[in-house]
Design a protein around this ligand. Sequence first.
Ligand code: ADP
Ligand code: MG
Ligand code: MG
Length: 880
Amino acid sequence: MAGQRYLYDLADGDASMKPLLGGKGAGVAQMMKLGVPVPDGFTVTTAACVDAMSDGGAWPDGLWEETLAALSRLEERTGRGLGDPERPLLVSVRSGAVVSMPGMMDTILNLGIGDATVEALGREAGDPRFAWDSYRRFLQMYGEVVEGVPAHAYEDALTAMKRGRGVTEDTGLSTDDLRELVEVFKIVSRTHIGADLPEDPKEALRRAIDAVFRSWLNPRAGVYRRANGIADDLGTAVNVMQMVFGNRGDTSATGVCFTRNPATGARELYGEFLLNAQGEDVVAGIRTPRPLAEMEVVLPEAYGQLLEVMGTLEAHYRDMQDIEFTVEDEKLYLLQTRDGKRTAAAALKVARDLVEEGVLSREEALARIEPGQLDQLLHPALDPAHGQQPATRGLAASPGAAVGEVVFDSDTAERRGKAGDAVVLVRWETTPDDIAGTLVAQGVLTAHGGMTSHAAVVARGMGKPCVAGASDIASDAEASTLTIGDLTLTEGDAITLDGSTGEVFAGALALVPPQINEDFAVVVGWADDVRRLGVRANADNGPDAAKAREFGAEGIGLCRTEHMFMEQDRLPAVRRMILASDDAERANALEEILPMQQADFEAILEAMSGLPVTIRLLDPPLHEFLPSLVDQALEVQRLELAGDTHPTDLRHARALLAQIKKLTEQNPMLGTRGVRLALLYPEIPQMQVRAIARAALAVADRGGDPQVEIMVPLVAYAEELRRMRTLIAQTLEAEFAAAGRRLEVPIGTMIELPRAAVVADQIAEHADFFSFGTNDLTQTGVGISRDDAEGAFLSAYLDEGVVPDNPFVSIDVDGVGGLVEIGVQRGRSSKPDLKLGVCGEHGGDPASIAVFERLGLDYVSCSPFRVPIARFAAAQAVLV
Ligand code: ADP
Ligand code: MG
Ligand code: MG
């Protein structure tokens, strides 16, 4: 774009410029404005990255000139020069996306160091060792990030050197060792690249910026974006900042801290630091860092200042901050601040505390909660009465319990996890490349790394239990074993982690259902005050209905009756009903099913006494209750081969096969199901309506308050519903007349076919309520079969960005949302007081809930575990 500005000095930015400067750049600029000490520098905008990427990586016109100009300004302000042999300027080149993606992209430190500058740097600091330490770090990072040299090439050389010198820590190496290491690293780079690194530091800077642009496209960043719903076309900003040195001896340090505890939300000190180290050492989990409290002893002044800065930043951002800092020779610098990733429990506690501290209004606090995350709270925990001794313990890095089979690498975790196995990923330390495995694992265990390591941050964000830095475990990926003392576990053995205590157990321990705590109750109470949409649950048995009520469901929006038909003890009667050769035989079979259905309904109506329960009449095609065509054909063949020893069995098997053939359809989802089935076999809905009426009467007799509603599925024509309504009403009337007592039973329909949405005004004349069945409406509206599509083209569509979201997870706003809108408008046009709900997966999806709020539905209905999420999402939908 002509005339666009691609570059800002830090002094010219602030927090509001996040879309352009990225989170990191905007955060540092804002800190500078607040008078918090930060290194000087400039930011290349996300727009520059986007323009470069859309042009095959070519930099937009003028960007390099702008960069050189900004560099000269920085050189002037600092009184230093990039590559200057007297007063060298060293910079970091840091990625920084708009939405924080911890550790997913690349950063290069110490750029500007080289043979020409290393001596001057050491002289200035009065510490040549520090200068050579910075040099070897630069060579490794530059080689890895810019040239793609594998990390292990350098790590191996470093390990060999440490072993040769008999030291375990980098800090044990002398100046001469490091000088030698630099030469070794140069050879490593040369061998892999086939050329020397550029001598001109400006050229190195250009390549480094370019590499950071490209790191937006690296595979792990892509996986992270998809997992977190971050758009692929945002690009990253690049921050070029003067280096401050945490590796200048024991008066220097680097660290990470949170202004509150990100695991629990408690207002307490939470952080880690390392003396004589550079930032990457802490976050990459290479050395296990020390708790922040110890900094008070070794660096008291910087510590005091840090506490003060934490206060300033929290007050400014009015939220918990995640902070990166470095101390250079006792002087504190802040390098990053961002809203801290936190567990769901911490999110609720922080929200509640910030409101109580008068920092936020309830509405503001609610708006910051990520409803999808609350799912975490609803996961099982270890049974407190387990009585087992832990095999070992590490840091409680991310709470929750995980039980699964041990796997030692991310690829295996990914493969097995996707196949539905419960696995626990065990790693020496995790690298950001382990993200794909972490995503599908039950939990993560590492031998190395602290509470602020990338593994821990990522695990907390995803709600995965994580135990980090369990230092007495030894995992051997080659041999696929894990040893803890004299205990040995091999791949596939069961292990249990408790991320809330840091304990690790051999074997699979028992879990107990989750408990909703007080913070949750208080904050969800605020959500209930704000939201307009009702929240119901989908449940089809008593215990699920009770659970849903406990989670705050205000009724049942969808009670499916087919599961009741599938139960083992009922299937024989159901099959007899389907195979009946005459009406009398069918009536007999139905008579047998009726009391069982009635008992199911009673349990549900009792659990939901006083709240509406919408029962849907039988929906699936009948063949679903029969064996598959192939199985039955094989069974017939088997009996035929066995000769005529079982003539009756063979006759029955053949009859069944014939019936299955008759019922089998090319497109069963578009076939004889729902209201179509009910009109063909009216005895089925009649039996169901009788069971409903009798259940309701029985519950009422016992003092309950049954509020049952009957729903007809798959209606396309108003005439279908008119006929069904007559049949239902007559059946109810007969039951009530016999009982001498009447109950109010509204009758409504699903709107799940495009035709139904379009003629909703006609259908509404026979309906007391509509429930939008958005699963089927998506299948029939978009014309895709869920079962086939998700395994086939849909995943390719998602990967390629043809569609923004899976339309079965988040409603297709324009298309299917448009059909719902038509249904709402036309339905209400002929019946203004028509009650409108939605059932199906979308009822528990926050983005879809926002759409349903906008369309003015009365309630959403979702699975019991999504109910709390829906309550928050419905509140947020009002607040935006
Ligand atoms: P990430 O996004 O992976 O955290 P950063 O850009 O924040 O990457 O850099 C990683 C670490 O490098 C930071 O934690 C910080 O400590 C260190 N670092 C970055 N820039 C500088 C700098 N100018 N001076 C000193 N340390 C730096
Ligand atoms: Mg960082
Ligand atoms: Mg349906």
